[in-house]
Design a protein around this ligand. Sequence first.
Ligand SMILES: Cc1cc2nc3c(=O)[nH]c(=O)nc-3n(C[C@H](O)[C@H](O)[C@H](O)COP(=O)(O)O)c2cc1C
Length: 205
Amino acid sequence: MKTRITLLIATIALCTVAAMGQVINLPAPALNDTATLKYALENRCSHRDYDATLGISRQNLSNMLWAGWGFNREDKRTAPSALDRQEITLYVCTHQGTYRYQAEDHTLELVHKSDIMKLTGKQDFVENASINILYVCDKDLSASSEMSAVCCGAISQNIALYCASTGLKNVVRGSFDGEKLRQVLHLSGAQYILLAQSVGYPANR
Ligand SMILES: Cc1cc2nc3c(=O)[nH]c(=O)nc-3n(C[C@H](O)[C@H](O)[C@H](O)COP(=O)(O)O)c2cc1C
């Protein structure tokens, strides 16, 4: 019950910021839990049955985004990219709006105010996830589409392992309408969506 109230407050906080059209300052990442890498590897799996009533706290979101694609050195990140092009940007879709993860200052910038959760995939479960992450690639920065796909795989696996270490569930997805999402999010001609990833809490915990 306490967890649900906390998550509800986190969701209301996100919603308020969305209404104001502002940037969300994420709390500093705090990956100080005791889960081992072996535990995360043993528990990593794809999950497709989410509890639609549960949101992710800001702290969990902060930790997850930093683990996935945050800066762990002055100008380099937790995942590799070919020629250090860093051509991927994470878009975080919630029921309250879609945000762009700005790793430089560890913030979320609101880029779309309405709920596009359902649009992020072709499978019914996607709208029950707490968030859906879209991996947006900038062709102008990319060394090649293959190299960007590898980079995307590394980021999404970082996030999958973070999830497995904390009890969150996830699945990476190639099934989505990239063109529709491109239009809705007003992506530039150089940007395209490489991958999606649903994250949330399992139904019937
Ligand atoms: C590039 C890629 C695309 C995938 N696309 C989807 C998808 O669209 N929908 C889905 O439910 N699972 C998708 N998956 C998840 C796979 O189905 C899943 O990894 C596989 O069944 C093995 O299960 P596991 O991840 O639990 O080990 C995708 C996985 C990868 C690596």
